[in-house]
Ligand binder design. Structure first.
Ligand code: GDP
Ligand code: IMO
Ligand code: MG
Length: 420
């Protein structure tokens, strides 16, 4: 067996949580491989709407193992709250949620440094979710981080040493007032919650599971255009969100990767700062935001909205080796007479069909206009019901990317998903 990977091809929030939940019945194990509680993955079914931040989106299906891989960073406070929220829905994860000992911990001081760093950047801030993601990955690559496995030995000593270092940094480099004690108490409570779960060497667990013919789905967080190497740097997150991140974030060899599901919205959104070539500032942009309820699942911030961008989509498909496309939220376009798709950029007066080195603000998108379908598609359940203009929209994307769209989503609910 191989590990299938599902990941976002845009700037996050493509609908990964919903589709992982839909695909989970086909798998034995669902695993997160990178990111942390900057993610907000929404699932809707049976009148329940639930947002997950750290825990994989396979937890609402019986008998499935969910794994938090070594590439993930964990905030014990957020983790504790998530576990409590799930418990309230009558689900006990004690025997089905595993955590890699090599996953790194987000300390209370990482959150403070994140906030202090953003405040110091002023207008050029990244628009971070302020969950401490950047500083935690900095400590990981700087070889100072605390890992889940450290909870088991001399933890207090290691924790205090790192906190002292952070305090020194804060006093030297930032003028930032902060309060530590209250969050620290909650954080230590969260550590106790983590101890209740199975802390494992996840790379060996995955290897053994594959040998036993178990099927595994790796769930990405954020999106390809937020990748630390290939995203719109420096307006990115601090982990590899691309398919290769599943190899390093779980300990899976590249030749053990199977299908790569690339998920994208039928238009584009971005939350936080940074370039966005097809962003709309007019009433169409507002209509996308209203129809799509485009407000952040983690921070509640309004998402910036714009037309679908095939230039960056093709780039994301290339980097990830996407084998199947999944198109989300096409219902948001149900009442548009005309829909635009960017097929090239004008950069410094020249037409280009690739993502330039810097995705600067002055890229002008070149659009192709397509006729809208003007039909409520939210109750449709089969391809035979699709309007001609909708099939044309799909065909246009498939012809331009060279990859088939296998699933479309026409609403937030589990049921509003159509295989084609
Ligand atoms: P994720 O981070 O990729 O899991 O996506 P989010 O959960 O942050 O954002 C996606 C939002 O769109 C959530 O509120 C979902 O409930 C919602 N959603 C998912 N699929 C669809 C769809 O096909 N149509 C509509 N209208 N909403 C959707
Ligand atoms: P999901 O998994 C959308 C954005 C932030 C900011 C930048 C860096 O729900 O798709 P960070 O907190 O990581 O340092 O922020 O990345 N960002 C996301 N945007 N969806 C996400 O996750 C995001 N996680 C981070 O808004 O611009
Ligand atoms: Mg999200």
């Amino acid at each position: 067996m191989k590990v299938d990977v599902l990941l976002g091809l845009q700037w996050g929030d493509e609908g990964k949580g919903k589709i992982v939940d839909v695909l989970t019945p086909k798998y034995d194990i669902i695993s997160r491989f990178q990111g942390g509680p900057n993610a907000g993955h929404t699932l809707e079914f049976n009148n329940i709407k639930h947002v997950l931040h750290t825990i994989p989106s396979g937890i609402f299906r019986d008998d499935k193992i969910n794994l938090i891989g070594n590439g993930v960073v964990i905030d014990p406070v957020i983790f504790h709250n998530e576990i409590q929220g799930i418990k309230e829905l009558g689900i006990d994860l004690k025997n089905t949620l595993f955590i890699s000992k090599k996953a790194h911990l987000i300390l209370p001081t990482h959150r403070i440094i994140d906030a202090a760093s953003e405040a110091a950047k002023g207008k050029s801030k990244i628009g971070s979710t302020l969950k401490g993601i950047g500083p935690t990955y900095m400590d990981k690559t700087g070889r100072n981080g605390l890992r889940i496995g450290d909870i088991e030995t001399k933890f207090e000593e290691k924790y205090s040493k790192l906190v002292e270092k952070h305090k020194e940094m804060l006093s030297k480099f930032y003028e930032y007032e902060y309060e530590l004690e209250e969050y620290e108490q909650e954080w230590l409570k969260g550590i106790e919650t983590i101890k209740e779960f199975q802390l494992i060497d996840s790379e060996n667990f995955i290897d053994n599971s594959l040998k036993q013919d178990k099927s595994i789905l790796a769930e990405g967080a954020q999106g390809t255009l937020l990748d630390i190497d290939f995203g719109s740097y420096p307006f990115v997150t601090s982990s590899n969100t691309v398919c290769a991140g599943a190899c390093t974030g779980l300990g899976v060899a590249p030749n053990k990767i199977g299908e790569v599901f690339g998920i994208f919205k039928a238009y584009c959104t971005r939350v936080g700062m940074g370039p966005f070539p097809t962003e709309l500032f007019d009433e169409d942009g507002q209509k996308l935001r209203d129809n799509g309820n485009e407000y952040g699942s983690t921070t509640g911030r309004p998402r910036r909205c714009g037309w679908l961008d095939l230039v960056s989509l093709k780039y994301s498909i290339m980097i990830n080796g996407v084998s199947q496309l999944i198109m989300m939220k096409s219902d948001v376009l149900d009442d548009f007479d005309t829909i635009k798709i960017a097929t090239a950029y004008k950069v410094n007066g020249k037409i280009v069909d690739h993502v330039p080195y810097e995705m600067t603000e002055d890229i002008e998108p070149i659009y192709t206009e397509l006729k809208g379908w003007n039909k409520d598609m939210t109750k449709m359940s089969d391809k035979s019901e699709f309007p001609k203009e909708y099939l044309d929209y799909i065909k246009f994307i498939e012809e331009n990317t060279g990859v088939s769209i296998k699933v479309v989503s026409v609403g937030p609910n589990r049921q509003q998903t159509i295989e084609i």
